[in-house]
Design a protein around this ligand. Structure first.
Ligand code: ATP
Length: 355
């Protein structure tokens, strides 16, 4: 059942549509990420939910209540920004206590809730420290504890991990998910990092130029991207432009004179098509034993897998191979690339080929 809904929400700044015709329905306890490139309207959407920006039109409902024009403090949502914004002259415990003091929560209950919150974010031993005595990850956990201690109906996170270095950021992604799971607070997070959105969220909302173009579970977004933009923005993707060929029951895409077998698709022969395939759906073989030959121009070892850039007659193809403990093809080596025709996704790009 929907707990938070945005209905036909728009936000205009003069002529500029920062957010267009947005419909979103979030269930209680869900973790939803807003993902998209800079300027696509993620932060504006989050700020409208927070009450910091007023929609030009549309309606925002929280637990059956219309909050579209309600003041931010009446909504009582928890907010964590990219910059931690902790009070520097207050200890960790005092920072977390702040929201409870504002709400005049009695002393004993306040202390109990601060204790519980600090235990939850694994900072019980740091209660008397000042923010300057903490690492970036610890500060961000204090910010999360401070937002959650008031038991908000919704937690709003705006790029909460983007100030952290790569390793810490990955650890905090797990932490954030663990904390959210254990308190069960409905959470909306803004991020431009697709890996972060995929790993933490129950559902991801992709935004492009103010619109929400796909709302889906992470694996569905990855396997069935709704637009070409999403296909290339979420994970790596090989893209080939070619002409659709049919010969009896056999179908293929022809790219620069090379014919690549594909599954049948309901597209008129001779149409211009785009074929997409994920690097991990491709396999390396000996030259002549795959569907397409090429040579390795560069390779990257990423621990769990290898990435290869392979120069072929149809352009550079990226192949990802799991690390099985053996050293695979080297730079300069001639290789074959294989795939199952079903994993090549074909879409009409519009227009008809002249040849
Ligand atoms: P980023 O990842 O860079 O923060 P975003 O997806 O969060 O981007 P928004 O901050 O929501 O994007 O901005 C969406 C669009 O609205 C942008 O084109 C931005 O320039 C514009 N915009 C945002 N706030 C205002 C404002 N107060 N006045 C005028 N234009 C604004």
């Amino acid at each position: 059942m929907a707990f938070l809904t945005l209905e036909q929400v728009n936000k205009f700044y003069g002529e500029l549509a920062a957010v267009r015709d947005v419909d979103l329905s979030v269930a209680r306890g869900e973790f939803v990420s807003l993902l998209g490139p800079s300027g696509c309207g993620k932060t504006t959407t989050l700020q409208m939910i927070a009450g910091l920006v007023e929609p030009t039109s549309g309606r925002i409902m929280l637990d059956g209540r219309d909050i579209t024009h309600e003041k931010p403090n009446r909504r009582g949502l928890g907010i964590v920004f990219q910059s931690y914004a902790l009070f520097p002259h207050m200890t960790v415990a005092q920072n977390v206590a702040f929201g409870l003091e504002m709400r005049k929560v009695p002393r004993a209950e306040r202390d109990r809730r601060i204790g519980e919150m600090l235990a939850l974010v694994h900072l019980s031993a740091f209660a008397e420290r000042y923010p300057r005595q903490l690492s970036g990850g610890q500060r961000q956990r204090v910010a999360i504890a401070r937002a959650l201690v008031i038991e908000p109906p919704v937690l709003l996170l705006d790029e909460p991990l983007s100030n952290l270095d790569a390793k810490l950021r990955e650890e905090m992604q797990f932490e954030l998910r663990r904390i959210q799971r254990s308190v069960g607070t409905t959470t909306i997070m803004v991020t431009h990092d697709q890996a972060e959105a995929l790993s933490i969220s129950d559902r991801v909302v992709v935004m492009e130029a103010g619109r929400m173009t796909q709302i889906d579970a992470p694996y569905r977004l990855y396997e069935k991207p709704a637009t070409a933009f999403i296909a290339s923005f979420v994970g790596r993707m090989n893209r080939l432009e070619g002409v659709w060929r049919r010969n009896g029951s056999a179908s293929a895409i022809e790219v620069a004179g090379t014919v690549l077998a594909s599954e049948a698709a309901d597209i008129p022969a001779g149409s211009v098509v785009t074929a997409t395939i994920r690097p991990e759906k491709l396999r390396l073989h000996k030259a002549g034993e795959g569907r397409l030959d090429g040579h390795v121009t560069s390779r990257f070892f990423l621990g769990g897998h290898w990435l290869f850039n392979i120069e072929t007659p149809v352009g550079v193809i990226v192949v990802s191979m799991p690390n099985d403990g053996e050293e695979p093809a080297r730079e300069g080596e001639h290789v074959g690339i294989g795939w199952t025709p079903a994993s090549l996704r074909i879409e009409a790009s519009g227009g008809e080929a002249t040849t």
